[in-house]
Design a protein around this ligand. Sequence first.
Ligand code: SF4
Length: 360
Amino acid sequence: MINSRNSKAVGLFAGSLDSILAFRLIAEQGIAAVALHFRLPFAIPGRTPTDDQLQSQAKMLGVSLVTFDAGADYLEIVRNPQHGYTVKMAPCIDCMAYMLKQAKLLMQEIRADFVFTGEVLGQRPFSQSKRSLKLLEKLTGLEGRILRPLSAKLLEPTIPELSGLIRRERLLDFHGRNRRRQIRLAREFGIVDYPIPGGGCLLTDTNFATRCRDAIDRNEFQTLTDIRLLNYGRHFRLPGKSKLIVGRNEEENRILENLTDSDQLILKPVETVGPVCILRGAKPTKKEIELAAQICARYCDHPGEQLVKVAANGKIYKARPCAEEELIQWRIGGPITRPSPVLELDRKGKNHDRRNSAAD
Ligand code: SF4
């Protein structure tokens, strides 16, 4: 039996219940673990642990935390996933491979023995099938070196198990989407402070996915600002192909103004309360600006059909509010609901929504 006292491992750490449990199982075997957390551009606001929460989780688990910001290279995965989309626009296989490759680099850098994750076999029908888990090993060059402690007994033994570094009999055989066993185990470990189990990212949200598809098709999915803009407001694709984003409340108005580049047109009502609107496009036509002003007028606080003064491009447009029936033809997806209802369970393990999602 190999002495595991000086052994190290790198674990993917989402801050979810599954990843917390995986870390506890590894710690129980005397392995020093490093928690690798990814800040992904499509994380669901309010569902993603803050830096402080991550730090206190790492402290509670007794592990060191490394965070990694996914950047433009990650956007290319979403634009063009080698292994397709699993749920809506979520490229889960490529996304997991991206994270595992970074984990592999860290493993090599700190001379760790293996990588582990909180994945549960069958929890996500496509990305967490036996076939997909095997494929991830191949794609990352980590054959035999990715341990999934929560489902290990249902999978082929890995190198750390075969070498005696990890005792297989102390690993688990969790399977499927029901998280009752995880919740029971958390109770046994005395873990009470963990996020409501859930999964997925914004890419699994129907409306967000519609916006992404539209942006990719129009070459507007290039920068992290492009992505942030997809998160806020109502979105419309106007007849000349420019895009109009309309703030839904004061906070969104402020965010949209901050995210606006100098080459984008801002529209604002001048004598009434209403939204900040951004018109994005190479060269919006006069007709598009007029239509944008009408849409802006539609969302202003004003009675009925009255003309509304909207400032844009150094001019004041007197706009008649656009009719609801007209708006529908230009709308890109509905509002983004937060948090996205991908998979909700309460702490008693009761499912509220069983929509398929992807990896934590
Ligand atoms: S659902 Fe999870 S695995 Fe799938 S793309 Fe989003 S973050 Fe990646």
